[in-house]
Design a binder for this molecule. Structure first.
Ligand SMILES: *Cc1c(COP(=O)(O)O)cnc(C)c1O
Length: 619
């Protein structure tokens, strides 16, 4: 959430407010305003200085820009789209303000949608802002605006909660003014500071009741109440204790091999015209990010005195990671796996068995991840006392999504440090990850969530394509509902029956997403895109040919984002390489075969596609 503090005038006050690390400091160049800015010298600020104008012409605005080194303009009058466009072309951020009341006519917005950076919605008064009055925020719900916007108009210290619970796509920032003043143009530091603390970091984290916005919670049968309650009361206490942290960090380092490298891919960078880095979770022990979470949870289960561990698995990576930590701790391990997945992920099944786990093939439904999860929950209900359910993604009832996010957040913590060391920047411009339940993605995003300049991109598995219905792209094909203990977005029929998902990748073949991602999707913080089976396969062969890294099929979906996105040359892009492709060799082999015999089923390819793939050194 960007914070803009508007209507400052006094030098010391500006310096003071800048210490709060706000994003914009607004100076009003409208003579009739009680906050009219006419000082001659301005301090340097970390915040961008933005000039607020009402019906001024281009020349005057540009002169003011130069004089005060403004980076952005906010236009509060009847400025035309042409003027906005001219300013936008002059390398300025342009915010067009609209006064809103119950009669607001939303069609005016469309004229401005390609000539501004942001909209700002303010209360309609006979003056131009700074009235201290709110408008009816519900109106914003029905607007079909194409640009991110700032909310303005009478926001006060008591509004933090209301703003945090607003569910508005494209709400990117808030504008604070008269309600945080001691006198016109003199801002109250303490009031601002308290408010910003409340609003900034909380936006994408879980609240006291276990919700991310309207998603999350714990929808569980009575029989599991005790288990969830026990976990809820203890997880943070245990996780934050020194003894836990020492052991967790030691194992990540000595057993998993962390930190995983951040590798600069020269070949991908040249091909796609950006500075592309690969976060190598594939190099972890057991071959994916899953181990970060299983190490965390097994230590927690041990602290709670549990002796029997159950887990669900799709691709088998979570099953292997769970069987691995159970072997290390000498705990009984039962892994539920869809019968179809047992078939297509044989190497992982064999590993789990060698590690001493019992693998239970699940024959219900589509025989994939959802069905395995149902079966694991059923087992848990039948053995609640001695059993710990070790969930493999940011799904399930509260506190699992938060707990798993925290364990996986080590990924983004390392990315920040490594970027700093390797490039001098702490932030990436874009971070790309695939999303099944969403644990590798949230791990890669976690420490960047509050920095809205970092663009976060999630890639969902689109199977044969959304229009065929054979997809696992949950945000595109789904709607709000409850699955596996939490409220989230899932693929369902009109009467709430779960729609069977489809993806070539077992780890992404799931009809829901974690509640945190439902929230990140709905607030627009994360951009969700899709990649089909074919696009993912191509991307897997591309990375293999260019870098000698065979990615997991899940990861290949994240890589498939590259041709779909636009980059600037110097942009820093991090792709989370969630896992390695050993387990997927049978699928990759089949794909090669299908290319060798192009005129036979299962797949027809165009000539262009052939050349494309043949160019990637396939025999
Ligand atoms: C399990 C898995 C995924 C998908 O799970 P998330 O919780 O969405 O991360 C992605 N990549 C690999 C390699 C996996 O094993």
């Amino acid at each position: 959430m960007k914070i803009k503090v508007c209507g400052l005038r006094v030098r010391e006050n500006i310096v003071h407010v800048d210490q709060l690390e706000v994003d914009y400091i607004g100076l009003i160049f409208h003579e009739e305003s009680p906050r009219f800015f006419s000082d001659q010298q301005l301090p340097d600020t970390m915040a961008k200085k933005i000039g607020v104008f009402v019906d001024k012409d281009f020349e005057l605005i540009m002169n003011t820009i130069k004089e005060y080194q403004l980076k952005a303009v906010q236009l509060h009058g009847k400025e035309s789209p042409e003027l906005c466009r001219k300013l936008l072309k002059s390398d300025l951020e342009v915010i067009k303000a609209f006064a809103v009341d119950d009669d607001f006519e939303p069609s005016v917005l469309s004229d401005y949608s390609d000539s501004c950076s942001y909209f700002l919605f303010d209360t309609k008064t006979h003056k131009h802002g700074g009235s201290g009055k709110k408008f009816n925020w519900d109106i914003l719900q029905s607007l079909d605006y194409s640009l991110p916007f700032f909310l303005s108009g009478g926001i006060g210290p008591e509004d933090a909660n209301a703003i945090r619970s607003l569910r508005l796509n494209n709400l990117i920032g808030i504008d604070l003014n008269s309600r945080f003043e001691d006198a016109p143009a003199i801002k109250n530091f303490d009031k601002l500071s308290a408010f910003i603390k409340e609003i900034k970091p909380m936006k994408y984290k879980i609240n006291e009741e276990g919700y991310y916005g309207s998603y999350g919670g714990a929808f569980i049968p009575e029989l599991l109440y005790q288990n969830i309650q026990e976990l809820k009361e203890n997880y943070l206490k245990i996780m934050e204790s020194d003894s836990f942290q020492d052991e967790f960090i030691r194992l990540l380092k000595e057993y998993v091999g962390r930190p995983s490298p951040l590798y600069f891919s020269k070949a991908l960078s040249e091909k796609y015209g950006a500075q592309i880095f690969l976060k190598r979770e594939d190099l972890n022990h057991t071959g994916s990010h899953k181990i970060n979470n299983t190490i965390g949870q097994i230590l927690l289960a041990k602290s709670l005195g549990k002796k029997r561990i159950i887990a669900e698995t799709g691709a088998g990576q979570h099953g292997v990671a769970t069987a691995t930590v159970c072997a290390r701790e000498g705990l009984e391990c039962v892994v539920f796996m869809g019968a179809l997945d047992v078939e297509r992920q044989q190497p992982n099944v064999q590993k789990m068995q060698m590690l001493g786990a019992k693998v239970v093939p699940v024959e219900s439904g589509n025989k994939t991840l959802k069905d395995a999860t149902n079966e694991a929950i059923r087992d848990w209900i039948n053995h609640p006392e001695e059993t710990y359910y070790l969930i493999g993604s940011v799904v399930g009832p509260h506190p699992y999504p938060d707990m798993v996010s925290r364990f996986q957040s080590v990924i983004s913590e390392e990315i920040k440090n490594q970027l700093k060391q390797q490039t001098g920047n702490v932030n990436s411009d874009k971070i790309i990850a695939c999303v099944g339940g969403g644990s590798n993605a949230i791990g890669a995003y976690y420490h960047f969530l509050d920095d809205e300049n970092v663009k976060l991109i999630a890639v969902e598995a689109d199977g044969l394509g959304l229009e065929t219905g054979e997809t696992a792209a949950t945000t595109a094909a789904g709607s709000p509902g409850i699955i596996h203990g939490s409220k989230t977005i899932l693929m369902q029929t009109d009467d709430g029956q779960i729609v069977e998902p489809y993806s070539i990748s077992a780890g992404l073949d799931y009809p829901g997403i974690g509640p945190v991602h439902a929230h990140l999707f709905e607030t627009g913080r994360v951009e969700f895109i899709r990649a089909t089976d074919d696009e993912a396969l191509k991307a897997a062969f591309e990375l293999t040919a260019l870098e000698g890294i065979i990615p997991a099929l899940e990861t290949a979906h994240a890589l498939a984002a590259l041709p779909k996105l636009e980059f600037k040359e110097d942009e820093l892009v991090v792709i989370n390489i969630s896992g390695r492709g050993d387990k997927d060799m049978a699928t990759y082999q089949k794909y090669i075969e299908s290319l060798k015999h192009p005129y036979q089923p299962p797949k027809m390819l165009t000539q262009a596609e052939h050349e494309d793939v043949n160019g990637l050194f396939i025999p």
